[in-house]
Design a protein around this ligand. Sequence first.
Ligand code: CP
Ligand code: NVA
Length: 314
Amino acid sequence: MSQPAAPRHFLDIWRLDAGALRAILDDAKTRKAARRGWPQGRPDKDAPAAGRTLAMIFELNSTRTRFSFDAAIRQLGGRGIISTSADMQLGRDESVEDTARILSRMVDAVMLRAADHATLEALAAAAGVPVINGLTNRSHPCQIMADLMTFEEHRGSLAGKTFAWVGDGNNVLASYIHASAKLGFKLTVACPAGYRPRSDDLARAEREGAAVVVTEDTAEAVRGAHCVVTDTWVSMGDLDHDARLAAFAPYQVDEALMDLAAPDAVFLHCLPAHRGEEVTAQVIDGPRSLVWEAAENRIHAQKSILAWCFGAVG
Ligand code: CP
Ligand code: NVA
């Protein structure tokens, strides 16, 4: 397998075409099925990343992204190197561009979790190898690929389905908006006036024909939805903790709200969760919750994202 001439970056869902996204989701399901019951560390039979190394850089905390990417590259037959940016010269004063040039001569792909989306863009612009977005303040595309894979496994095709987002118009929602336009599901958003999603994300989705509705009314957003999604009210880097808790108090996902959704509606949350804030324990730990399945699917979806970056998928 040879790497494509121009690096295949996985920076945001809106930059990819629907065919590539579909190929990644389908490959993830195939790979997951083919290794059912295997030890986590055994490589897939085709080992499409054999001989390849993935660098994983974290400016911000992580549990799922850190372990799932490391497990993913191992299952593809490759190896990972993990570092916080604070342990690198990047955390002092070396530029992200010079970091990209150096790493491109040492590894085959770079995953970055960055506080500022501009850092990710700068890394990708200067890198000669694929760069993957492991979350920024703007988006979290790997999470949404795992979420959509999970939904499809349990409820089938996304076509004609409605996802309802309740809470903060944050990075995770942004990637849902991007995916809604690409993959053709409806998205309804309930959020307080001061915490709406970015207008450029909404405008792009509208241009691409997506049906994204934004309201302040949780019942309006959730009624009839096939999937209800929320996230923390205070993301990494948010400084207005008390103001947020006050603004979001009416936006908790509880059983009464879930009861307004479709009878077989499922619940998703990227985690980490705050029971008693954005979601009740009854919902996240209840029968409609698919949060643990989605967390596991971070490995499967990211394996196929890596395989796509290496030219082995799509
Ligand atoms: N959902 C998610 O990305 O979790 P981590 O912050 O633990 O990586
Ligand atoms: N919106 C959250 C997601 C964490 C995985 C954050 O950015 O902190």
